[in-house]
Write a protein that binds this ligand. Structure first.
Ligand SMILES: [Zn+2]
Length: 194
C-alpha cells in the first residue's frame, strides 16, 4: 500500500480549497470543521512537529510575508536539510516556482545529482500534479505533506499522480503532521485578501 494517509490518523480538517499554489480561486469562505475532530485527535495535533516540517512551515510564513500563497518545502537527507524553498511564482514571474520545485532544485544543486535518492521531501500542502511529477523524477523516497488540498492536490486527490502505472517512481507518502498549522496559514492568507 503506497499511501499511508494520516500521520496521526487524522481525517481531513477541511482546509480552504486553495486552487493549488496560485490562489486563483481562493475567494470562498474556508469550511471550518474543528468539531469533527475527536478529543484524542485534538490532543495528537499538539504533538511536536518534526524539525523539517517546522522549517517548511516557517518557509510558508516567509512566502506569505512576500505576498505569495504560504507553502514551504524542504528536502532532507540523513536528517539534514539539503534544500528548501517557498512558493514564489509571483515574485519570479514563474508559474513553475512552487515550493517543492524550489526545494528539489536547491537539493539537487547542493548534492550535485539530479536524482535525490535517499532523500525525503516535507511540504506544507499536498503537492499539485506538476510537483508530484517533479518528486517522481527526483526519486524522492518519502513524501510528507501537512494539509490535504482537495482542489489542487494530485496525490490523494485529482490526478493521483503516484497511483498511475506510468509513474516511474512512487515515494512513500505520509500526511497530516503540521496539518492544522499549515491550514491556519492558508486560511489567514486568503482571509486577508478578501
Ligand atoms: Zn506544485
Amino acid at each position: 500500500m503506497m499511501m499511508a494517509r494520516g500521520w496521526f490518523g487524522l481525517k481531513s480538517s477541511g482546509i480552504p480549497e486553495s486552487g493549488a499554489h496560485s490562489g486563483a480561486s481562493a475567494n470562498r469562505q474556508p469550511e471550518l470543521r474543528p468539531c469533527h475532530r475527536t478529543a484524542s485527535a485534538e490532543a495528537m495535533t499538539r504533538w511536536p512537529i518534526p524539525p523539517p516540517m517546522a522549517r517548511a512551515l516557517e518557509l510558508a510564513r516567509q512566502a506569505a510575508e512576500a505576498g505569495e500563497v504560504p507553502i514551504g518545502a524542504v528536502v532532507v537527507r540523513d536528517g539534514v536539510i539539503v534544500g528548501e524553498g517557498h512558493n514564489r511564482p509571483r515574485t519570479d514571474h514563474d508559474p513553475t516556482a512552487h515550493a517543492e520545485v524550489q526545494a528539489i532544485r536547491a537539493a539537487a544543486k547542493a548534492l550535485g545529482n539530479e536524482r535525490l535518492e535517499h532523500c525525503e521531501l516535507y511540504v506544507t500542502l499536498e503537492p499539485c500534479a506538476m510537483c508530484a511529477g517533479a518528486i517522481a523524477h527526483a526519486r524522492i523516497v518519502r513524501l510528507y505533506y501537512a494539509a490535504p488540498d482537495p482542489k489542487g492536490g494530485a496525490v490523494e486527490h485529482g490526478a493521483r499522480v503516484f497511483d498511475h502505472p506510468q509513474c516511474l517512481h512512487r515515494p512513500e507518502v505520509y500526511s497530516g503532521m503540521g496539518e492544522a498549522e499549515a491550514a491556519d496559514l492558508l486560511r489567514a492568507f486568503f482571509r486577508a485578501r478578501r
